[in-house]
Design a protein around this ligand. Structure first.
Ligand code: FAD
Ligand code: SF4
Ligand code: SF4
Length: 507
């Protein structure tokens, strides 16, 4: 039985390099790599050697004969990528004209000439993009990396974003732990750049500063009623159930029978799953214990995940929908509502597969409570209520008739957004630090020694592994500049770094 890639795949492509027969695609040098929702094993060429299993940082690859029932569909999802038979011509026709790439893909640069540990690089943030950048930099013995993280625990959204029931995905922390054990890296926790240390201090004491601070806020929804009690962002609920210190007071009101989530990306599905999960199942995960206690008392019987557009534009990914449909969650979509939508014929096979699965879900009996209902074509108009939310009024996106749903909790999940960083140029349009290929630029001119990666660089798109190629691009630019002598030469020389280390320890 060939091996199969399953839901947890975060697209870092480690398996591609481990496979002796090149049967995992798309590879980083293929055009569809940047737009694929996961990677796929070609069952007709896999020789079942198992090399990819140990390469995968999140345990996403399973020998076909050991696929659990809940992941059985992934055998078809993998094979479906290659068509039948698996020829190059039949191979997965997802094309760049249908989707935007999630991250750039480049070959890393090489560094030579400097003495060991001579090139000092500061990285702000310790999320996936920071750790992948550190890993890339640490391949060069000339580089010493100092990571600065504002929280008391590292790894950003890999720890505080990924849902607690996605244990395989969360195990990527083991890879980051491994990177953090390298002798040429230090990580200073509880250290916020801009509060405890200024950006200028970092620039004075390092040859290069790499900003990997993420996209820390959610996009606001501008409709009447969003300020009512019982309305909050899905981001805050994620932070709350994952024990993020900024969201300790963000407990959602769980005393109503229905919750509505506006937006249908993977984060919306995460929150819907956690709000409807059996608390005993959550108890064995890393969920915050205060959150778990509240979930045990929850009165929520139905979580409606409401999207403005139709299933052809569903924001959630195919692996997440498969996991929802075949896992322990109870999910349903109203067949009448689905039939009323005018779903166009699709070229994109991943989107087409989502629609086929949604039709299958709609044919199931309405599940026992609490359950998740996926709803489409609903444009939110107003959150109803005097002091607190009691419901929400939508308008059908096509047709325009009003639809009212009672709800004691309304969550907005329409995406993340970066915040301006004092001292760095900011692109208002897409909420990113202004950059070209990872070099921070002001009026198109690079700011010497200043770089950016991850969500702060490209905006909140892609998966954990997407940050790997993104960080490789930024590090390649940094190393090219180092080779070309373009980094500020005096910044990290003399006793300045030692004095900086002493000041940091004192603070
Ligand atoms: C709710 C949620 C669930 C997700 N689930 C999955 C999933 O299941 N699978 C998957 O593949 N991807 C998932 N993702 C996507 C993935 O988490 C992101 O692609 C990835 O975390 C982005 O990495 P980053 O390093 O750019 O940002 P982040 O992970 O946000 O890291 C930024 C870090 O910088 C720190 N920081 C910010 N400002 C400062 C400062 N001034 N000083 C010091 N430190 C600072 C922050 O505290 C944080 O630790 C999820 C995303 C979200 C939001
Ligand atoms: S089991 Fe071996 S041949 Fe099959 S995909 Fe993994 S590495 Fe490639
Ligand atoms: S997470 Fe990485 S190594 Fe694992 S299957 Fe996906 S691309 Fe391959």
């Amino acid at each position: 039985m060939p091996h199969v890639i399953t839901q947890a795949c975060c697209g870092d492509a480690s398996c591609v390099y481990a496979c002796p027969v090149n049967c995992i695609h798309p590879t980083p040098d293929e055009p569809d790599f940047g737009i694929a929702e996961m990677l796929y094993i070609d069952p007709s060429t896999c020789v079942d050697c198992g090399a990819c299993v140990s390469a995968c940082p999140v345990g996403a690859i399973v020998p076909g004969h050991r696929l659990p029932e809940t992941a059985a569909r992934f055998a078809d999802v993998n094979a479906g990528h290659y068509g039948e038979p698996a020829t190059d011509e039949a191979r997965f026709p997802v094309r760049a004209e249908w989707r935007l790439p999630m991250a750039p893909i480049t070959k890393p640069a090489r560094l030579g000439g400097a003495a060991p540990g001579e090139l000092r690089v500061a990285i702000v943030g310790s999320g996936p993009s920071a750790m992948y950048a550190a890993d890339e930099l640490l391949k060069h013995r000339e580089v010493k990396v100092s990571v600065f993280e504002r929280l008391s625990q590292p790894f950003g959204l890999a720890r505080f974003g990924v849902a607690p029931d996605h244990e395989s995905t969360r195990s990527v922390a083991n890879l980051f732990d491994e990177i953090a054990r390298h002798p040429n890296i230090t990580i200073a926790l509880n250290t916020e750049i801009g509060r405890d240390i200024t950006l200028d201090e970092l620039r004075r004491t390092h040859h290069a500063v790499l900003w990997a601070g993420g996209a820390p806020t959610d996009r606001p929804l501008a409709i009447p009623g969003v300020d009512l009690e019982g309305v909050q962002s899905a981001t805050s609920v994620v932070g709350w159930y994952n024990g993020h210190p900024d969201f300790a007071d963000a407990a959602p009101l769980l005393d109503g029978e229905r919750a509505v989530i506006i937006g249908n990306g993977n984060v919306a599905l995460d929150v819907a799953r956690i709000l409807t999960a059996d608390p005993d199942r959550l108890a064995v995960t890393s969920i915050d214990l205060t959150a778990l206690a509240s979930l045990r008392d929850s009165a929520v019987r139905e979580v409606v995940v409401a999207a403005r557009r139709g299933p052809e534009n569903a924001a959630f990914t195919l692996p997440e929908l498969v996991g929802l449909a075949d896992g322990p969650a109870r999910v349903w979509t109203d067949p009448a509502e689905l039939a009323a939508l005018d779903i166009p014929e699709l070229h994109d096979p991943e989107q087409a597969a989502k629609i086929a699965l949604l039709h299958e879900i709609s044919q199931r009996p309405r599940p026992a409570e609490p359950f998740i209902r996926l709803a489409f074509g609903l444009t939110p108009e107003q959150i109803l209520g005097d002091d607190r939310a009691t419901g929400i009024r939508f308008r059908r996106t096509v047709g325009g008739e009003p639809v009212e749903l009672s709800a004691g909790l309304v969550l907005t999940a329409i995406g993340y957004r970066g915040l301006p960083v004092p001292g760095l140029p900011f692109d208002e349009a897409d909420g990113t630090v202004t950059n070209r290929d990872g070099r921070i630029v002001v009026d198109e001119a690079p700011l010497p020694g200043m770089y950016v990666t991850g969500w702060a660089k490209r905006g909140p798109t892609g998966f954990i592994g997407t940050n790997k190629t993104d960080s490789q691009e930024t590090v390649a630019a940094l190393l090219d500049d180092a080779q070309a002598g373009l980094l500020p030469a005096t910044a990290a020389s003399g006793s300045a770094p030692r004095r900086f280390g002493r000041r940091l320890a004192a603070r």
